[in-house]
Design a protein around this ligand. Structure first.
Ligand code: NAG
Ligand code: NAG
Ligand code: NAG
Length: 620
């Protein structure tokens, strides 16, 4: 009943929007809307059946339908759907017997990108246990924090990460945490071996009754999101959200016959939800990599007949930075799905590697709103369409960058941004688009909620992202709040400045941010850059580049050279430490330059210059 209703409403709105928008994107809009309505209807169906149909059920159906099909390809070894199913049964049975796990017990996974990640997770799902996906780069205090905030009592770790666990073992033991390592034996007291128990366990299927109380609103996963400051937060991901994210592949037209290349860490939603969960939803083959390697990328694609690649942040830039080869258009990749590519790199990527449909999307792990670029308009992250907006109400509101808060009118309500104007994206929190929040952190959860947005008493999710809608209904990502700084009363978008810097002859990558200067409002522009191989910093060329393309307020006054830039697990550049370190040459060992307008060049930064700035003898 409700499915029909959903479809009918969808079609009715579709017809309305057709009348209004006979645009060149009409066909693509329709195809996308129909696909979304179909996916929406499926989700409604999965919710309705009792017990609800989970992604695990989808996997079990796939394992029954094509047990011999390769599910995961990893380091030369293939694992079929049937094999992964059996292994996950063994994992579930071993943990059930040894750790006494039962429905609802959270278990933290501290594993690299390897196939056991997948079957361990499936095994936990079979027991009805949510999994917390720990970032394998975190250590000590941060590791303990991430582990504790999801309330897990069991930690499963891969042998490569044993040292990191030993470091915090006394604290874990104090809290009565059971630690299991995926090896056949372990000499350390307090760390239990698990692989031996898994291989001894039966691979018979487990009863569905073990997870009888799990509903579509139950927690399936905890995925950690890094804030701009402070410790990571554990976003609660429900089974419903797992479904919604896994549908992205289908929405992009990916089929069961495609071959998907996962090189992003599975502890993030891109790698795990869009990549792995999406692959299970499609019933496809995955080529899994421990980590991204630009030099192996295209060889792998050719070797394994990869048809869909995933990217994030700087992946495409790294691929474009590899030396040109004659055979670089020789591959079967037809779709790239991800987010965060800059327009110039996007064009270069298509030029070099051929006609690949780039499906840029915008979404946050914990957010309740997302967009997808289904028309291939360069630079856009998606399109506004009526159906989408009807089901998932969102709006852009005016934002005061300096105070980092929404603009409010005399009645205390927010003000919608005009078409073409940059604003803060907020998504209304409803039953259909809930915001579950962060585990064990009501304060951070509350910080993401925004009240009295368009009406008194309404509630929205604050994405923290600045977007712009244009007159053709395209959606453009502008900046993350915090990736913009203000200097001389003007907003400076760090990504724009970085784009200009990297166009100069010597600069490979640039991380742009604003630093405080005593006695000045706002923050002045600074960049930490890496140089192209074999190049020295060319003071005069960099100066020309910056002056030719950037307004005075946006020019980086200080440039710091580093051999490489520190990145987060998702290739985002780390800024906080650099911002704190500032531009005092007495404290910075790296080469440091100062933009000198009189000399019309960057010049080496000295303590004299630093002193003169402090004494206000140099005007900034
Ligand atoms: C499911 O919930 C019922 C009622 O609350 C409870 O009696 C039962 O033990 C639960 N099942 C599991 C597997 O936890
Ligand atoms: C890739 O495709 C070619 C031709 O269709 C086929 O011969 C080859 O076996 C495939 N390779 C893999 C790893 O599936
Ligand atoms: C959308 O995709 C197309 C091609 O795939 C691309 O050219 C366009 O820049 C994208 N739009 C945005 C905003 O990224």
């Amino acid at each position: 009943m409700s499915i029909c209703l959903t479809v009918l409403v969808g079609l009715a709105i579709l017809c309305l929007s057709l009348l209004g928008t006979l645009s060149p994107y009409f066909g693509e809009d329709c195809a996308y809307i129909l696909r979304s309505v179909r996916l929406g209807a499926r989700l409604v169906k999965y919710k309705r059946v009792k017990p609800f149909y989970s992604l695990l059920d989808r996997f079990l159906d796939a394992a029954r339908a094509h047990p011999a099909k390769t599910f995961v390809h990893f380091e030369g070894r293939e694992y079929s759907y049937g094999e992964v199913d059996k292994r996950s049964n063994q994992v579930a049975r071993a943990l059930q017997a040894d750790a006494r796990l039962k429905e609802g017990d959270a278990v933290a996974l501290f594993l690299g990108n390897e196939p056991c990640f997948v079957w361990t997770w499936l095994g936990l799902a079979k027991l009805g246990c949510p999994a917390a996906l720990l970032n394998f780069n975190i250590r000590s205090k941060s590791l303990l924090h991430c582990f504790s905030c999801c309330g897990a009592k069991v930690l499963i770790v891969s042998p490569e990460l044993q040292d990191a666990v030993e470091e915090v073992l006394p604290m874990l033991r104090e809290q009565g945490i059971a630690v299991y390592i995926l090896s056949d034996s372990c000499g350390v007291q307090g760390i239990n071996s698990l692989s031996d128990k898994i291989s001894r366990a039966s691979d018979e299927p487990l009863s569905r009754d073990l997870r009888a109380n799990v509903t579509i609103r139950s927690t399936a996963l905890y995925i950690y999101t890094s804030g701009t400051t402070g410790l990571p937060k554990a976003a609660v991901v429900t089974h419903e959200r797992v479904w919604a994210a896994s549908f992205l592949q289908a929405a992009c037209g990916i089929t069961a016959d495609d071959v998907f290349y996962i090189n992003l860490p599975m502890y993030h939603s891109a790698g795990f939800l869009i990549g792995m969960a999406g692959a299970i939803e499609r019933g496809m083959t995955v080529i899994l990599k421990r980590k991204f390697s630009a030099s192996q990328f295209w060889d792998d694609c050719r070797k394994y007949n990869v048809t869909v690649m995933q990217y994030i942040g700087e992946t495409m830039r790294y691929l474009c930075n590899t030396p040109k080869k004659d055979n670089e258009k020789d591959h079967k990749v037809r779709i790239a799905i991800g987010n965060g590519v800059r327009t110039d790199i996007w064009s270069e990527f298509l030029d070099r590697f051929g006609d690949i449909k780039v499906r840029e999307l915008y979404a946050a792990t914990e957010g309740n709103i997302g967009f997808i670029n289904y028309t291939s308009k360069i630079g856009a992250v998606g399109r506004i369409n009526f159906v989408h907006r009807f089901f998932f109400p969102y709006t852009l509101i005016k934002f005061n960058i300096e105070r980092e808060e929404p603009v409010r009118n005399s009645e205390g309500l927010c003000v919608e941004a005009a078409t073409g104007e940059t604003g803060l994206l907020v998504g209304r929190i409803t039953q259909r688009s809930p915001f579950v929040g962060y585990a064990g952190n009501t304060q951070q959860t509350e910080k993401k909620r925004l009240y009295d947005v368009l009406k008194k008493g309404d509630m929205y999710f604050n994405t923290g992202d600045l977007l712009r809608f244009d007159h053709e209904n395209f959606v453009y990502f502008q900046d993350r709040v915090g990736d913009t700084f203000r200097w001389k009363g003007e907003n400076v978008a760090t990504s724009e400045v970085a784009d200009i810097l990297t166009m100069s002859r010597c600069i490979l990558e640039a991380n742009v941010y604003g630093v405080k200067v005593q006695g000045h409002e706002g923050r002045i522009g600074m960049a930490t850059v890496t140089l192209k191989e074999g190049k020295d910093f060319d003071c005069s060329d960099a100066y020309k580049q910056v002056v030719n393309y950037l307004p005075a307020y946006a020019r980086p006054r200080f440039i710091r050279i580093q051999p490489c830039l520190e990145l987060t697990g998702t290739f985002k550049m780390k800024k906080v430490k650099l911002v704190e370190e500032g531009f005092n040459p007495a404290h910075i060992g790296d080469p440091l330059y100062f933009l000198d307008p009189e000399k019309k060049s960057y010049i080496p930064m000295t303590e004299e210059i630093y002193g003169a700035i402090a004494a206000r003898e140099i005007k900034l």
